[in-house]
Ligand binder design. Structure first.
Ligand code: IVH
Length: 707
């Protein structure tokens, strides 16, 4: 898309523009706006299409903000294709229906090498090619997201639509404009194309998808079952800002239609599919790259498909197969279409991520805050490489809404890293042996009557001394994000609990290590290690301790917020509801649960007991509220230290950098601004030099800059 020389020039222009502060006069502004357009589009391409940014997020944001500021000063300079105009403020009331320029067809399916061989034979027959001659194919992923069709006219994006019924879809132009992997302008005219329709798929990267669901869980919103649902939902959001915030990316995989100024079909300007896709890449579109292969014959196709079947779980996006396309357009034309699919293409479907099995039993588990979680026990079934024998049923509503019964045949799905879940019961396979799943009225562990809080789906056992609950609380208390007691796993907790050594949280801090060392499978060394880990944990900050109490709604981040406000964890007993909800990001639910906990005498006694056992109750300096430093010499910069530092310790260096506004990162990437090198710096230095965009400082230079 950009030659190396051009890239260097754009990079340097960016750095020059970044130094500018005042708003230019009108004459200079026009030139600067044009430059800003160009560099911002370039950086968006590096980031959203290539995934290899060359400036930091901060620098990109600064360029963007500068463009916004100049546009605000000279509104007449705002053009519809300015990078600032991607997201409009207009909410879409509904999505008008639009007709695709040519229908968006489906694909025929294949499942193994034999099916592919049959397909190849059919192609030879349809195109009247002797079987011994080889046909070229392009193989690319079958992306599992939401299909889209984009129309460009006169080099401008004029329309974006969903697949709909294949003939007509929803007009989602505003939402498509918000995706930075979709260029607002592209020089199709350089190829003699006036109007073109592109087909592609809008997707959410799997790591982003996980984050979206984690966030939704914290916000107590329903989570998405799979990335496809999250993506198709995002396509049709009323507010384009929300579409953009979901992090959708658009991969383009097909040229559907192309005409010149006189309306003549010019699709065949590119004799092959491969060349068509290369043109799109050159125009700045995101197209499959390493995941796409031009194969000389069907054997190569099969091999590539099978390789990807193995690799799919390590891939960044959800794919459910590969798509095999005849490369030569002339051969495609001879093969033609059915009303359902092109005869020149076929999907190679990966092994099912869905399977059916029997629901044998339901176990009702008690969680650390007494919530009851039903877990289905299944007849073990192989699903995309793992054996599944139990899945969570979440809560009573889930069971009712899916109308699940004991002995039902159920459809189980596992997508990406997503944990397996039950899609539905196959009611048509019932034979009368199925029985209703009865939800317990009493706690399966302590028999206390279960209660349901208003607006919550989960039933809870409110007995704080319930054995199952206290065991879960103990396990949580020592876990990584709570007190982080290294080597103290669930197995030991259960064992010590059975031996009667561990009943309350305080017991953790008064274990008898002599007795432990005599336990079978333990020994002196493990006992010493455990003691050392527990002694270290006693010095933890109070945010970990607070989180480690398993108070409903008090998660890690809420615990940190509180820790920053108090000196001793016991100060919280004097807080009022009003004081609590006044804290940023803290709501009434948290306030209620915190008050309940700190108003119970037994909990205050527990705190005193922990104190007397040597557990730290006071806020650490590192837990104090941190104001972002915006005027330091390194404000907004990312920094990394490598090699052996001679003039200061690494922790010291990082603290100094932080004090001057920098953010420490752990790897060299396009996002890195500054690398400070000590002695014997190795691969990180090389990588940074190769990037050419990282400022490299010696230790002395670093200290000098700090003044
Ligand atoms: S080509 C005329 N290529 O799969 C060509 N489709 O069952 C027809 N899909 O909804 C489509 N990845 O959105 C093609 N690399 C790819 C694809 C792909 C995903 C989707 C497509 C359609 C479905 C067809």
């Amino acid at each position: 898309m950009y030659e190396q020389k051009k890239q260097k020039e754009l990079y340097e222009t960016s750095k020059t523009l970044l130094k500018k502060k005042d708003i230019p006069n009108k004459g200079a502004a026009a030139k600067e706006v044009a430059d800003l357009h160009e560099v911002i589009v370039y950086h968006e391409w590096r980031y959203y299409v290539l995934n290899e940014p060359v400036v930091s997020d901060f620098e990109y944001d600064s360029l963007y903000k500068r463009l916004e500021a100049i546009e605000q000063a000279y509104p007449e300079m705002i053009t519809p294709n300015s990078p600032t105009q991607r997201v409009s403020n207009d909410l879409t009331a509904d999505f008008p229906t639009v007709a695709h320029l040519i229908p968006m067809l489906s694909l025929d399916n294949s499942y193994n090498a034999e099916d592919l061989k049959d397909f190849d034979e059919r192609i030879h027959n349809l195109a009247m090619i002797p079987q011994e001659e080889e046909v070229d194919y392009v193989v690319e992923p079958k992306f599992d997201g939401g299909s889209i069709a984009l129309v460009y006219e006169n080099d401008k994006l004029v329309r974006g639509a969903t697949r709909g019924n294949g003939v007509e879809g929803d007009d989602i132009t505003n939402n498509m404009r918000a995706l930075r992997s979709i260029p607002l302008t592209a020089k199709f005219s350089d190829y003699g194309i006036h109007k073109v329709e592109l087909r592609g798929e809008a997707l959410i990267r799997l790591d982003r998808f996980d984050n979206i669901n984690k966030k939704r869980e914290v916000e107590e919103k329903s989570v998405f079952a799979n990335p496809r649902n999250a993506a198709t939902g995002a396509l049709r959001m009323k507010n384009p800002k929300e579409t953009a915030a979901r992090g959708l990316e658009a991969f383009i995989y097909q040229l559907g239609y192309a005409t010149d100024k006189d309306g003549n079909d010019v699709l065949n300007k590119f004799p092959t599919h491969h060349e068509g896709i290369e043109m799109l890449a050159a125009l700045g579109f995101k197209v499959p790259t390493i995941e796409r292969k031009l194969c000389k014959n069907i054997e190569e196709v099969s091999q590539f498909c099978l390789d990807w079947q193995e690799k799919r779980d390590g891939y960044d996006y959800e794919i459910d197969g590969m798509v095999v396309k005849v490369n030569q357009l002339a051969i495609q034309e001879k093969c033609g279409y059915t009303s359902h699919h092109p005869r020149w293409a076929i999907a190679f479907k990966f092994k099912a991520k869905q399977a059916t099995t029997k629901l044998l039993d339901v176990e009702f588990q008690v969680g650390k805050i007494g919530q009851i979680t039903p877990v289905a026990k299944l007849e073990p079934v192989a699903l995309a490489g793992v054996t599944v024998s139990s899945v969570s049923l979440h809560n009573e509503d889930f069971i009712t809404s899916k109308d699940l019964h004991y002995n039902d045949t159920v459809l189980v799905e596992r997508a990406g890293d997503v944990i397996p879940y039950i899609v539905k019961a196959l009611s048509e396979l019932r034979d009368g042996s199925e029985k209703a799943i009865t939800y317990p009225k009493n706690c399966p562990s302590c028999n206390t009557i279960l209660t349901q809080q208003e607006g919550e789906a989960a039933w809870r056992c409110e007995n704080y001394t319930c054995e199952a609950q206290s065991l879960r609380r103990l396990i949580h208390h020592v876990s990584k994000h709570a007190m982080n007691i290294d080597g103290f796993g669930e197995k030991y907790i259960v064992r010590f609990n059975e031996l009667g050594w561990l009943n309350s949280l305080a017991d953790i801090y008064r274990l008898d290590y002599d007795k432990i060392s005599e336990l079978e499978g333990f020994g002196q060394r493990s006992a010493d290690n455990l003691k050392a880990a527990i002694d270290t944990a006693k010095q933890n900050g109070i945010a970990r301790l607070l989180y480690g109490f398993s108070i409903p709604h008090i998660g890690r981040s809420v615990s940190k917020t509180f820790a920053a406000e108090i000196e001793d964890i016991r100060d919280l007993k004097d807080w009022t509801e009003e004081q609590i909800v006044n804290l940023h990001d803290i709501g009434p639910k948290v306030a209620k649960e915190l008050l309940v906990f700190f108003n119970k005498q037994e909990n205050l006694d527990l705190l005193d007991e922990l104190d007397s056992l040597g557990v730290n109750m006071k806020r650490l300096d590192s837990e104090m509220k941190q104001e972002a430093i915006t005027d330091g010499v390194f404000s907004g910069k990312t920094i990394l230290f490598t090699g052996k530092l001679q003039l200061m310790s690494r922790t010291d260096a990082q603290a100094k950098a932080k004090g001057a506004g920098a953010k420490a990162v752990s790897a060299v990437s396009g996002n890195l601004d500054i690398l400070v090198v000590g002695e014997k710096a190795g691969s990180k230095l090389k990588k940074a030099q190769a990037l050419g965009t990282v400022e490299i400082l010696s230790e002395a230079e670093f200290l000098e800059r700090l003044g």
